[in-house]
Ligand binder design. Sequence first.
Ligand SMILES: Cc1cc2nc3c(=O)[nH]c(=O)nc-3n(C[C@H](O)[C@H](O)[C@H](O)COP(=O)(O)OP(=O)(O)OC[C@H]3O[C@@H](n4cnc5c(N)ncnc54)[C@H](O)[C@@H]3O)c2cc1C
Length: 266
Amino acid sequence: MYATTYHRPASLAEASALLANADEAKILAGGMTLLPTMKNRLAAPSDLVDVGRLAELAGVSLAGDTLTIGAATKHYEVAGSATVKGAIPALAKLAGGIGDPQVRHMGTIGGSISNNDPAADYPAGLVGLGATVTTSKRTLAAEDFFAGLFSTVLDAGEIVTKVSFPVPAKAAYAKFPNPASRYAMAGVMVVKARDGSVRVAVTGAGGNGVFRWHAAEAALAASFSAAALDGLSVDAGDLMSDIHGSSEYRANLVKVMTQRAVAAAG
Ligand SMILES: Cc1cc2nc3c(=O)[nH]c(=O)nc-3n(C[C@H](O)[C@H](O)[C@H](O)COP(=O)(O)OP(=O)(O)OC[C@H]3O[C@@H](n4cnc5c(N)ncnc54)[C@H](O)[C@@H]3O)c2cc1C
């Protein structure tokens, strides 16, 4: 690991100033991705700005029909939160299925979505639920936040502060985990919103990261049942193919996970 200077700011404003004034600073949250990258000498930030303990990025709250989760909230907190379980149990389940206990006790929702690993679970959760991402500069729809593999629209020094989710009528997340890492080979969030619209968001499979399966959304809007998907298939040409599975295998997984999520959502 190359030498770096560690900072623990006391406020969001101090964090932003540190990021603006350093040569090549990186935001540090749970460190589950960034620290291994640095240890492997694939990243060499001059400064690390630790946002993990900022009060402005902490906490889970429910106001009306909106569930808000601070960016520094760890996966185990989301998984165990009575507020999340009561409002959007599918989101608690998603968080509880991330990695292993060590990863869940360090990794954060803000770090996960900022990293935007194509096999990470939260991108499907955010896009499926129609979430809103708030940063130190602006507020964005989740679909406008993710920008392809390991890529987001975040500017340098821009800090994700919270994610807000509209409480749906029903939702479920089904994931086929890679047996080694637990990352998604295919993970699907199926959501029926309170206005009756349906969203199906897929992670782990898309050649360009998280995507919505619009044909499944239309079929489920007409009839919210696993059988409504029987005649549909995902185009394998748009999916990832790697040592873990071919694109054809993933296409089948996406359909099966979608059907399981619909059945679980009831
Ligand atoms: C063994 C292992 C298994 C895993 N399995 C899964 C899995 O099954 N599913 C899954 O979804 N994930 C999985 N992960 C990823 C993990 O859940 C973390 O979410 C992820 O590593 C990033 O979160 P972090 O808080 O550790 O971020 P960090 O590693 O600290 O940061 C990651 C990136 O995000 C940036 N960043 C962090 N916070 C912010 C912020 N608030 N605003 C802007 N930028 C920010 C950092 O600068 C860095 O570029 C796994 C990780 C490991 C090591």
